[in-house]
Design a protein around this ligand. Structure first.
Ligand code: GLA
Length: 705
């Protein structure tokens, strides 16, 4: 057997060391940057484990694709079989390809008729590690794949796991789980990414915070079903897996066919969650489809008019939007034939002649004539039984013959795996984008997939690929159109969809208090500029809470800013306030959307501190957010992390609508006139703050002097 060799991949902050030999490679180190020239052979020898007591007579080190037949205790990296045979393959190396920062290992088990490949990339800018696995059936009979999970090792220090769960209007809620011997498993069978389970799993030192503790995370770039797993095995080894969850019999490879598993993007931070997010954000910013131009402030018509579309009122709304500085106008649900409420019309992607007797072009022209871009809402994957499309093609839906499919929001799911369905949607969407001057599409998806049969077989995998193909084809035909990924809010937020969309609608909840927490969870992986964040009406339509414009504005301020409010009925004072907020946002959005986010470890649980620091540290914007009333009579001193310790900063409050001078005794001395103070002082000592009412916030602008 040839001796193992070791190879290191480095970025500024991360090192990955691979051990390559006769069989599946293993990662012997994924974590802190090791010095150049580190003795890799010694490292490899040093971490080779002893033989376990009362165990196999050979070492069973964790590999990139754990094998049951090799005695590895981990969940097998490849699970599958050929009618009950070839279920425990042992792969030997057939080739290794290398280019700068990229390594692809290829292996085969000829007896089992299988070949596998795992590509390993360490992205130079972000330090994100990408693993992409594939399996090819080289045998003569079909091979059924149950799961393909490239696997990442977790060091023994990582004994606390974090996952993100939620529901409609309450997405991205963090959960912590201690990792004892056993596994933390999150499985998503909703057929799309879902609000219930976000496809990232984090593990770190116990109690890891924003700025403390080593943390590792794996994200699955996939918009279908997923299975996340963090396990500490009885043999003492820990690992992370993030894989597509395949339904029974969903993926059968004919001889010669290959299954490419979705990419895993993994990040490491030596000091807490904030730098880990920074790595993911840098990675997202490097994706080719992300716009380099400023994110246009938009108005979305949903909470303004719902489905009551009156062209004159919509044009007046556009006028009001233009006056306050909006740059994009998005016509939401309700514009297509027969769409008066959510019981009917999905699938009939033709302009409603009743609502738009002179056509949609009149509104589009009016909007673009004001200098605004026009955007349109669609929900292409769906059909209402009460629609012409369904009446004509009742067989076009996902389902299983002989069973009645369950409705959700009165709708069924089209089977994109059928060529005729795919062709219909491509034709309709292409026609709309060609006929009208549309610069933006809000692509919605408002239900789970239950018993999603494609000709009776499980169809989620194919559905997801076809969705991607449709988006990719539209992107080729209309390269300048930006797309927002929405699924009843944030139920389709993942790095698979973000390869072909430019914005994610985070939540249907525009309640600023709920949004603070939702957006915090969202920001663990996604950068502010893809975070759709809207200022909604004074009273939230999903919670009935009433918030000041200042609090709503401070909450939406950091993301891709939008309005979702009927400006035609808003007061003049509110409209002036909104215009001021939009102007303020435009003044700093380049910083907000390219800088490094920081989330503070503020010791008072009733408040959040977060901000964005410009690359180079010359400027920053911070928010102090009082979520509830504080237990203390004056706020705890606020540290502003992430600044250049060697520079001094001018700290000034940003004027939000309604922000008046604070009654003197309730505000610290610097509050009204600002202060010049050192970056190190701000990060390590902090500032006294004014007393805040619950559900209020202050924005600070910092400029290096
Ligand atoms: C979903 C979306 C909303 C809105 C409505 C329209 O709920 O998340 O933003 O577009 O559909 O029906």
């Amino acid at each position: 057997m040839p001796a193992a060799t070791h190879e290191a991949l480095h970025t500024a902050g991360v090192t990955v060391v691979l051990e390559l030999g006769a069989g599946v490679p293993r990662i012997v180190h994924w974590g802190a940057r090791l010095p150049d020239g580190v003795d890799l052979a010694a490292l490899g020898t040093g971490v080779s484990s002893a033989l376990p007591q009362s165990g196999y007579d050979q070492r069973t080190d964790l590999t990139l694709l754990p094998q049951h037949a090799s005695g590895e205790f981990a969940h097998p990296g490849l699970l599958g079989h050929r009618s009950g045979l070839d279920w425990a393959p042992v792969f030997t190396t057939t080739a290794v390809d290398r280019t700068d920062g990229h390594l692809a290992w290829h292996g085969a088990d000829e007896r089992a008729g299988l070949a596998v490949s795992i590509a390993v990339d360490l992205h130079p800018g972000s330090g994100v590690l990408t693993l992409e696995g594939s399996v090819t059936n080289t045998g003569a009979e079909p091979y059924l794949v149950d799961r393909l999970s490239p696997t990442l090792p977790l060091p023994a220090q990582a004994t606390e796991v974090m996952t993100l769960s939620g529901r409609w209007t309450r997405e991205f809620q963090a959960n912590r789980h201690p990792l004892h011997v056993g596994a933390v498993v999150r499985e998503n069978r909703f057929g799309h990414t879902s609000s219930e389970s976000s496809p990232t799993i984090f593990a770190g030192e116990p109690g890891f915070t924003e700025a403390g503790g080593e943390v590792w995370a794996a994200h699955l770039a996939w918009s279908g079903n997923h299975a996340l797993r963090a396990e500490l095995c009885a043999d003492g080894r820990g690992y992370l897996q993030a894989a597509e969850l395949l339904l029974p019999g969903e993926l059968v490879l004919a001889p010669g066919e290959t299954y490419a598993a979705p990419a895993i993007h993994a990040a490491y931070s030596p000091r807490g969650l904030t730098p880990l997010s920074g790595a993911f954000h840098t990675f997202v910013r490097s994706l080719p489809g992300q716009p380099k131009t400023p994110r246009k402030v938009l108005l979305n018509t949903w909470e303004a008019v719902y489905m009551e579309h009156d062209p004159a009122a919509l044009m007046a709304l556009a006028d009001r939007a233009a006056e306050v500085g909006v740059e994009r106008y998005v016509l939401d649900d309700g514009w297509f034939r027969g769409r008066d409420d959510d019981h009917a019309a999905l699938g009939d992607w033709y302009v409603d002649e009743g609502k738009y007797p002179e056509g949609l072009g009149v509104l589009v022209d009016h909007v673009t004539g004001l200098g605004l871009e026009f955007g349109l809402w669609v929900e292409p994957e769906m059909v209402n039984p009460d629609s012409d499309l369904y009446r004509e093609h009742p067989d076009w839906i996902l389902g299983i013959d002989g069973y009645t499919p369950i409705l959700s929001r009165h709708q069924l799911v089209l089977d994109l795996g059928r060529d005729e369905v795919y062709a219909y949607l491509l034709e309709r969407l292409d026609a709309l984008l060609t006929e009208f001057a549309i610069g933006y599409v809000k692509w919605d998806m408002n239900r789970h997939l239950a018993a999603a049969g494609h000709h009776g077989h499980p169809g989620v995998h194919l559905q997801t690929l076809r969705l991607y193909a449709l988006l990719d084809e539209l992107g080729r035909r209309h390269p300048d159109v930006e797309i927002e990924s929405c699924a009843s809010g944030g139920a389709r937020a993942d790095l698979g969809i973000l390869r072909r969309t430019q914005r994610i609608w985070v939540s249907d909840c525009n309640d600023a208090l709920e949004r603070q927490q939702i957006q915090r969870g969202f920001s663990y992986v996604f950068p502010p500029e893809v975070m759709g964040a809207h200022i909604g009406p004074t009273q939230s339509h999903t919670t009935d809470r009433v918030h000041t414009l200042a609090f709503r504005a401070a909450t939406a301020f950091f993301g891709h800013l939008g309005l979702e409010w009927n400006l035609s009925t808003a007061t003049e004072e509110d409209r002036a306030g909104i215009a001021a907020v939009i102007a303020l946002h435009k003044g700093v959005r380049d910083l907000l959307h390219t800088g490094t986010i920081v989330r503070g470890d503020h010791p008072d649980p009733s408040a959040y501190v977060h901000g964005v620091v410009a690359a180079g540290g010359g400027e920053a914007v911070f928010a102090y957010v009082q979520l509830r009333s504080s237990a203390t009579t004056v706020p705890l001193q606020v540290r502003l992390p992430g600044l250049d310790p060697a520079r001094a900063y001018r700290v000034e409050r940003m004027q939000l609508p309604g922000d008046g001078p604070q009654p003197g005794k309730l505000a610290p001395n610097w509050w009204d006139d600002g202060i010049v103070i050192g970056g190190a002082t701000l990060s390590t000592v902090g500032l006294a703050f004014a007393v805040h009412h619950p559900e209020s916030a202050t924005l600070l602008h910092l400029t290096a002097v």
